[in-house]
Design a protein around this ligand. Structure first.
Ligand SMILES: [Zn+2]
Ligand SMILES: [Zn+2]
Ligand SMILES: [Zn+2]
Ligand SMILES: [Zn+2]
Ligand SMILES: [Zn+2]
Length: 366
């Protein structure tokens, strides 16, 4: 878009609005060229680290690349700098196997039974048939309800005499006792058969369990490990940084036909055709190589923009720009107007004036 394209686009814009006569002759208009750029620079930043590593058992390292000096290990730049990657390597000859010093062949004493293989258990448990409550119609389970006349215990219905009741082992009454516990209210524990100890549930009578640290293997694999990490660092690009109002930038973003340029590697911004010298000079430092940088990709959305000031229309500024065309190959220029700085100040002053009137009115009425 050259100056004549811009002037012609503005002329037609004003003509359509019936303001051409008011605007005066086109040669009196003043033109300023801008190149608008938005976008981002993505750098892949690499860091290399070396440290001793350790894993339980016979740990497989065969799939890891081997290095002699980590800093000298050659690795291609990433194709996509925006993707984080991590490569783990092994220093040549550093692999070794060492025994676990905190167990015996992968085993440690069982923490549940302290190595005794059995744990304590209740000798007798409550009878499941009568629940210990109505074990004998005569004894009534430990005489619990003789003291408490009222309450839920006393309110329970009396046990029913059935043909299945047997002679009570406690009081000798015939046909009065629970057939399972014979009036005792409790029976031998099935788990320990009344011995008071049962097999340890944790170690299954072994007295030992697998050691967690070495995963029961009794050994560790040790080596010197290297890590090459690459992570993206993204910074926004914006040009020009100043000298263009928020209104103008916003309208240009919505209406303009932006062209996207992608710079890979170290191709300079000067290779983007649409950029003027000032934009190239302003953007170049932002492409400078950063510490640890192994790749760079810059994405630039570029729009040429011509500012047209019409002295006889001081309240607005007109901008001409390439616009999306109906069919490819055609060149169309669009124009938009934003309030001039002078007009913006006027609007702000008017708004402040209205506020002042409201405030004094409120003060006056209250
Ligand atoms: Zn161990
Ligand atoms: Zn009894
Ligand atoms: Zn019973
Ligand atoms: Zn038991
Ligand atoms: Zn145990």
């Amino acid at each position: 878009m050259d100056d004549e394209d811009a002037r012609e686009a503005v002329r037609r814009h004003l003509e359509r609005r019936g303001e051409l006569a008011q605007a005066g002759p086109p040669p009196t208009w003043s033109l300023t060229r801008h190149t608008l750029v938005t976008g981002r620079v993505v750098r892949s930043i690499e860091s290399r680290m070396e440290r001793p590593e350790k894993e339980p058992g016979d740990f497989g390292l065969s799939d890891r690349p081997v290095y002699d000096v980590l800093a000298d290990y050659r690795l291609d730049p990433p194709r996509d700098p925006s993707q984080p990657t991590m490569l783990r390597l092994v220093k040549r000859g550093s692999e070794a196997v060492e025994p676990c010093r905190r167990c015996d062949g992968g085993k440690v004493g069982c923490p549940e039974c302290s190595g005794r293989k059995t744990v304590r258990c209740d000798r007798r448990i409550e009878c499941e048939v009568c629940g210990g409550v109505d074990s004998c119609l005569n004894c009534r389970s430990g005489d619990s309800d003789k003291d408490s006349e009222a309450g839920s215990e006393a309110a329970r219905p009396a046990p029913v005499r059935t043909e299945k009741r047997l002679t009570c082992a406690e009081c000798g009454e015939r046909g009065a006792a629970c057939r399972s516990c014979l009036g005792r209210g409790e029976v031998d524990c099935l788990e320990c058969e009344g011995t008071g100890r049962r097999d340890c549930p944790r170690c299954d009578r072994a007295g030992t369990v697998a050691h967690d640290d070495c995963e029961g293997t009794g050994i560790f694999t040790t080596w010197i490990g290297g890590t090459i990490g690459r992570s993206p660092d993204t910074k926004p690009l914006r040009w020009p940084e100043h000298g263009l109002s928020w209104w103008a930038r916003n309208r240009a973003r919505r209406n303009g036909s932006w062209r996207t340029a992608v710079l890979d590697g170290r191709a300079g911004v000067a290779s983007v055709g649409e950029l003027d010298d000032e934009a190239v000079k302003g953007l170049e430092p932002r492409m400078a190589k950063a510490d640890g940088e192994v790749a760079l990709r810059a994405t630039l959305d570029v729009l040429p923009l011509v500012r047209v000031d019409v002295p006889l229309l001081p309240h607005r500024v007109l901008y001409a720009h390439p616009a999306p065309a109906a069919h490819p190959g055609a060149t169309v220029y669009g124009v938009f107007a934003v309030p001039s700085r002078q007009r913006t100040v006027q609007i702000a002053a008017a708004a402040l004036g209205a506020l002042a009137v409201l405030a004094s009115l409120w003060w006056f009425l209250s």
